[in-house]
Design a binder for this molecule. Structure first.
Ligand code: ADA
Length: 551
């Protein structure tokens, strides 16, 4: 499943069979093709642990007519080839892409997907970084048969009005055929329906908008995450020909002075930074493990998670919607200097990631913030201009959520006044020897001097490293579990006691593998600041955080 609920009752949609042949033709690859499963990454094959190259996936599929493929994520360059013909290319793991073809001969076809995780000059966002860039088809693949026109997306934005709630709707329809098409789009929510006649010129997409008054509804909140189905149905020649179901929650998120309000109530954030990674699956985390992570977060007393540093699997977001876990979702980019932001493809690749993230994740009620550009060059004119461009793009695509970014701890920030919510990454007692409350005060003064005073501030990262099982109860050496506890305790107390701050996302939920290039500052080539290790074995800090978050 690509989602955690049925998205179609009419469209013929199925997941590709899990077993594919994998060929790894580049240096360090396997001599022979071998069977593998999708979703998956190749690093868990014992001889491909460090393979950087192309992974060529092949499968014989049966399909015919108008065929639509959807790839949830391929890491990180993809080429899709059907019977030897190149259909699509895509850059970037972490977001999905589709490819549709009309008039495919019914029968067997060879579907080939070339994934490539080599860093290179064409890549501005995927670079050696403080997390690992795995290779493979890491989220599910869908094979669908669609009519001549089909629904590409359905966005629903709930709005509070004087007479209860209404929903603003926007739906894309694609005409695959070479003739004009007429039809009807119907939207159904909570037993209420609205319809609209549509006309599509040959081979063109159309966007259709409507509104449904819903009156009194059960609102979505972290305590009571009430979900509603919104279903779009496309009628052609008087018959229901295609459909798409999504889920929404009635909730409103906005800022007021220094506060973030959810349905009018101030949020006190106790959160975790979570990389989409698990010890034995890498970037292809199965839903069981996603749910376990959410249960662990709830047990810790957390109410929010940040998808550092890229968009997450929609199945994880579905589970956040279900469990009431608030999500700061961000597009891909971590730690880029001005020089890297001047990469000729940077703006295009960032825009694409922003666009695909908002387009694909628009409806999730759990997402309360859009973020971008973690710790990039917000202290230079050029870098700041890129931040502004990215914020403007996110706001234009979705006026319903505040925008933010997690900024590096350093003076000279230029974008505080451009953000709805200010995220600051602070590592007092770990990277700098300063009491956390002092770090926070200094940063608040800088924000005020930089024109960002009076807005919501979130400590988007704070934490300390510990190697699972390494103890030093006497000296509290760096990397000991004891020292991690001591530092986290001070950091968390300082942040949660500060009335100017809306809350904190701890760095980080669980340990993650990092790029080999990062080995020097990262024992085991892991970022070891997790409260749990990569297999979700809790460190001592788990208990410390649990006590403090639950206080
Ligand atoms: C940064 C960064 C994280 C991670 C962290 C650390 O704040 O955003 O990706 O690298 O520091 O562990 O130092």
């Amino acid at each position: 499943m690509t989602r955690m609920f049925q998205t179609h009752r009419i469209r013929k949609s199925r997941e590709a069979d899990p077993v594919w042949m994998l060929t790894t033709p580049d240096e360090g690859g396997l001599e022979q093709p071998e069977k593998t499963v999708v979703p998956g990454v190749w690093e868990f094959h014992p001889r491909l642990r460090n393979y950087r190259g192309r992974g060529i996936y092949e499968q014989v599929i049966r399909c015919g007519g108008n065929v639509r493929f959807f790839f949830g994520s391929v890491s990180f360059r993809a080429r899709v080839i059907l019977d030897g013909r190149l259909l699509a290319e895509h850059y970037g793991a972490y977001t999905g892409f589709e490819v549709a073809m009309a008039g495919v001969q019914p029968g067997e076809h060879i579907l080939r997907v070339e994934a490539d995780n080599r860093f290179g000059d064409d890549s501005a966002l995927h670079i050696p970084n403080d997390y690992y860039t795995y290779g493979g088809i890491n989220r599910p693949v869908l094979i669908e048969e669609v009519p001549d026109a089909y629904i590409t997306y359905c966005h629903a934005r709930p709005l509070r009005t004087e007479n209860g709630w209404k929903v603003n709707l926007e739906t894309g329809v694609r005409n695959l055929s070479s003739h004009a098409m007429d039809g009807i789009v119907a939207w159904i929510i909570d037993g209420k329906e609205t319809r609209q006649s549509i006309h599509l010129p040959p081979g063109e997409d159309g966007i259709f908008r409507a509104e449904i008054a819903c009156g009194q509804v059960r609102e979505w909140s972290p305590e009571q995450p009430e979900l509603y189905e919104i279903r779009a149905v496309l009628e052609l020649d008087g018959e229901a020909a295609d459909d798409l179901a999504e889920r929404i929650g009635f909730r409103e998120i906005r800022t007021e002075g220094k506060q973030l309000l959810l349905n009018g109530k101030p949020l006190r954030l106790k959160g975790l930074n979570r990389h989409e990674e698990y010890g034995s699956f890498g970037l292809a985390v199965p839903p069981e493990a996603m749910m376990q992570d959410l249960h662990l977060m709830q047990d810790l007393g957390a109410n929010c998670v940040r998808t550092c540093h890229y968009p997450n699997d929609p199945r994880f977001l579905d589970l956040c919607d279900e469990t009431g876990m608030l999500v700061w979702e961000e597009s891909h980019a971590r730690g880029l200097s001005e020089e890297r932001m001047r990469h000729p493809r940077f703006r295009e690749q960032l825009s694409q990631c922003n666009r695909e993230m908002v387009q694909q994740h628009f409806n999730h009620p759990s997402i309360f913030l859009w973020g971008c550009l973690n710790e990039c060059a917000d202290d230079t004119e050029y870098g700041a201009a890129c931040y502004r461009e990215s914020f403007a793009m996110l706001r234009a695509m979705d006026p319903g959520r505040p925008v933010t970014a997690a900024l590096l701890e350093r003076p000279g920030g230029m974008v505080y006044k451009d953000m709805d919510v200010i995220g600051i990454n602070l590592y007092p007692k770990w990277y700098i020897d300063q009491p956390p409350a002092e770090s926070l005060d200094r940063k608040k003064k800088e924000i005020a001097a930089g024109g960002g005073g009076g807005r919501p501030i979130i400590v988007s990262e704070t934490g300390a490293g510990a190697i699972y099982g390494y103890h030093d109860p006497f000296g509290e050496a760096k990397w000991s579990e004891e020292r991690q506890c001591t530092i986290l305790r001070e950091q968390i107390r300082a942040v949660l006691a500060d009335p100017d701050v809306c809350g904190v996302f701890l760095w980080q939920f669980a340990d993650v593998r990092v790029a080999d290039e990062w080995f020097a500052a990262r024992p085991k080539t892991y970022n070891n600041k997790g409260l749990l290790d990569e297999y979700r074995r809790p460190k001592m800090a788990y208990r410390t955080v649990r006590e403090l978050f639950r206080e």
